[in-house]
Structure formats: C-alpha cells, structure tokens
Write a protein that binds this ligand. Structure first.
Ligand SMILES: [Fe+2]
Length: 311
C-alpha cells in the first residue's frame, strides 16, 4: 500500500493525577523511554522502537482522561490540504504553533463530532530507536525494560455521533472501515462501534457510541508477539497493576490482548496479533448478539467493567 495522507497515530496527551507515580509506571513498569519535560510540567515518552521524539505526553491534572490525539501526515502540503478538506466538511480548525509540544511542528487541531480534540501534524523530530540504520540488531538490550511495547498502536474513544465521525474519517481523512459492531436492532443505531485504519493495521483509531463526549476507553501499545503480551501480564502481576480483562483474544480484529489501568485509572492495552487489511476489503460485521465473542472470543463474555468504565 502506498502510504500517503494520514500516516499513523503519532501522539496522545493523557491526563494523570499523580505525576511522579505516573512517570514511574510508564517508564519502569510499562517500559517507555522518557524523552523530555516542558515548562508546563508535561513529561514526554516514546516506545523504544518508535523513531519520532514522543508518542505519549503525560499532563498533570485533577481528572484522568485524554486531552487530544494527534496523527502524523506525510508532509506540510498534505497538512494544508487536509486542513482545507476538514473545513470544507464543515468543521472549524485552528493552528497550534510549532514548539507548543516539544520537538513537534505546527498542528492543525479540530474537534470531532464525538467531542474529542483531534490533531494532524507533519513534523516531529526524529530521534531514532537507539539502533544503527546500517546492519542493526533486531532489538536493543538497553530498551528491554518493563513490558517494553514497540509502538503506540491505536486508541478506542467513546462519544456521541459515531456516524458523523465515520463520515469524516472515510470521506475526508482517507481512512477505511475494517470492522464494525451493530447495535440492538430496536435502537435504530446502525453501528455502535467502528474500527478505522489509515494503514495496513486492523485499526489506527476506533469509536464506540456513548452519551458523554470526549471519553477515553484505552490507549493501546503494540507488543511484538503473543508471548510478550503474556509476559506483560506477568509484569502487571508482579507490580500489582489492576487488570480489566485478559489475557485473551478479541474476535474483533483478532487481537491478542490484556487491558489494565494506569495509576490514574486510564485504561491501557498491551496488544499483539491481528491481520493486515487492505482498503478494498469489505468490512467485517459483528452483530449485537455476536459481540460477546467479538469482545472476548474464548469466553464469549461481555465484561461489565470493559463496557462501562471510561475516563
Ligand atoms: Fe485496542
């Protein structure tokens, strides 16, 4: 697939309650690499195998949740064009100046119909993954700390107007619909969950219909193998990290997964597996009745906390 337009989830700014406890958690237990701190008290991290400066920004706050999610686009011309396209779609945009986030260029920011602040940007300083670009080893012993995910993979967001989000992502931002969850037939809501990709991944972002706008269900971190998901579960146990569900496999996206909570109550996922969809594929549908296996394929169980707890 020729990757143009919107490339990938680039960064998320997460609100945390106890900054020091959160730094310890994300650095030493999850195993991210700290890459900077700014004069607003924010702390920047990346996964070890990511090349750009930062993918997770912790922002001290008195409430948990997500401030914004940013996707990287191919270049400045793409950013300008997408800004025009979003405005033509009827959504107001603003420019956040370069340097507002460390080592990050100008961002085009707008609010999704679901209430989430969403950003596009073209520039972020490349700091590398610690490996040489000539004859590199497959991984770095320095990076193998904690769960050590390889990348910030996707997020699942809860909010209203999922159908309007779908229109925006498919018609304007160039995403394709990979999987969808149908609501109960009497509710009149054709899709209550959508899994959208701008790449070869099963999802780069997903939305579930929810009354309250702007809510975070989880940020997901990619593990290289199912065994590393299980090992992440061992590390959660060793450190008494509260687990929501898993280890198990989703029917939806076929992902192998554990969900757990960070010290602020923000849910995160350690995730592997899946498959590689192309944009010309037909979306997979999960009926409301079939969804328990979509959520937890082996058990076919609707886990109460998973369905209802968001930040
Ligand atoms: Fe996920």
């Amino acid at each position: 697939m020729a990757m143009t337009g919107v490339l990938r989830p680039g960064h998320a700014q997460l609100r945390v309650l106890d900054l020091e406890k959160s730094i310890t958690f994300y650095r030493d237990i999850l195993g991210l690499v700290e890459t900077g701190r700014d004069d607003r008290g924010r702390v920047y991290f990346k996964c070890w195998d990511e090349r750009d400066h930062s993918s997770l920004i912790l922002s001290p706050s008195d409430s948990a949740g997500i401030d914004f999610i940013g996707f990287k686009v191919l270049d400045a011309a793409t950013l300008d064009q997408l800004e025009r396209d979003v405005r033509a779609f009827g959504i107001a945009t603003e420019r956040v100046p370069a340097g507002d986030l460390l080592e990050t260029g100008e961002r085009v920011r707008f609010r999704l119909p679901s209430g989430h602040l969403f950003e596009l940007y073209a520039e972020k300083t490349k700091v590398g993954n610690g490996l040489p670009s000539v004859n590199p080893p497959p991984w770095s012993m320095d990076a193998d700390r904690g769960m050590a995910p390889i990348r910030f993979d996707h997020c699942l967001l809860y909010g209203p107007n999922v159908q309007a989000n779908k229109d925006l992502f498919l018609k304007v931002l160039g995403f394709h619909l990979v999987e969808r969850i149908l609501g109960p037939t009497e509710a009149g809501e054709p899709e209550i969950g959508i899994f959208l990709s701008c790449s070869h991944k099963t999802h780069d972002i997903a939305f579930v219909e929810y009354e309250e706008p702007g809510k975070l269900h989880h940020l997901s971190f990619r593990m290289p193998t199912w065994e590393r998901v299980l090992r992440a579960g061992d590390i959660m146990g060793m450190n008494r990290v509260p687990i929501d569900i898993g280890p198990t496999r989703h029917g939806v996206t076929r992902g192998e997964t554990i969900y757990a909570w960070d010290p602020s109550g923000n849910r995160f996922e350690t995730f592997a597996g899946g498959y590689e969809p192309y944009p010309d594929g037909d979306p997979i549908t999960w009926t409301f009745e079939g969804f328990p296996h979509g959520l937890d394929y082996p058990q076919g169980k609707l886990h109460e906390s998973f369905m209802t707890v968001v930040t």
